[in-house]
Design a protein around this ligand. Sequence first.
Ligand code: NAP
Ligand code: GDD
Length: 330
Amino acid sequence: MASKMTTKCALITGITGQDGSYLAEWLLGKGYRVHGIVRRVALEDPDHRLSRLKEIRGRLVLHAASLESYASIHRVVHEVQPDECYHLAAQSFVSYSFDDEFSTLNTNINGTHFLLSALKTLVPQCRFYFAGSSEMFGMAETVPQNEDTRFHPRSSYGISKVAGFDLTRNYREAYGMFACNGILFNHESPRRGFEFVSRKITAGVARILAGKSTELRLGNLEALRDWGHAREYVAAMWLMLQQAQPDDYVIATGQCHSVREFVELAFSHVGLDYTKFVTRDPELYRPAEVNLLQGDAGKARRLLGWTHRVELAGLIREMVDNDCRALGII
Ligand code: NAP
Ligand code: GDD
């Protein structure tokens, strides 16, 4: 019987992050040889920096390189000769992009440019995925947002992603590369970084329940987001690169909820009343906020056959339970 396993080789940047770890697992499951680009320090401190990869570490080939260095990217692409490249590495925290616009723009724009340029020179047939973001819509003119909605980014992070999106489309149009943009709305999981609001809330709930903390300081509770599960979103990245033609796709649940609703659900899951613990901290407000993101993933549903399954309440339960387990309280 013919095997469905592939013999293809994939290169992932940002493999140590939330999405990179799920994507690596997904691709290994399909039989890919998976290579990842990591920062040199990650190889020196694997317990901490490769923690999301600990189950699969022995099945990956990791290469030290820097998004800031064209030479290092060129070297890795030359060594790996990938069939597919998933470019996930970025300074991904919107809030931090207000503190350091320069490094956000440098890393995110140059990193994408260096990678596209190296692929075009060395393996132009390689299929390329760019991790675009709903932050590109920013102060969106319409609700819900789809592939035709105009971009109006509200942070240097959003601006860097618009530049990456345009670079990717331009390499497709100018050089005929199979280059796709995913426009992914917020997606979370027990592997989410602690700086993002979802994990900050679920970890905060666990600490309060464990008696290690008595309050949770948050910023804007009225912002509305379209939250899905990261494990499902990486499958959409892969699907984009399996199509006959390269294209751009919105990936979202289509439902939006406020940060306040997220908080309420997380606390009530463990029987707590959030109003007794949550404090509003004006320092955590952003200079320019994105008030409402709600995606229309109709194109992905029609052309990729992709749809979300995990709803917000289930996602929150999984995250809170995971954080409680980590503290030994369930
Ligand atoms: P994440 O957990 O913050 O991971 C970011 C990854 O980028 C990490 O592996 C990090 O490596 C790497 N990285 C950052 N700066 C780097 C640099 N200068 N050189 C090399 N690597 C660097 O992010 P994520 O949630 O997985 O998101 C993956 C991608 O999707 C990002 O581009 C993000 O902007 C985009 N995105 C995410 C969402 C979402 O809701 N999660 C939505 C839309 C788009 P270290 O471990 O060494 O820091
Ligand atoms: N991080 C954080 N911390 N956000 C807070 C807090 C807080 O204490 N209090 C309120 N918020 C609000 C933010 O103002 C924002 O409106 C919302 O919670 C979500 O913030 P984050 O979880 O930091 O995510 P994000 O929406 O800014 O960005 C994420 O999603 C993008 C896709 O839309 C990141 O994953 C980006 O990389 C991604 O592109």
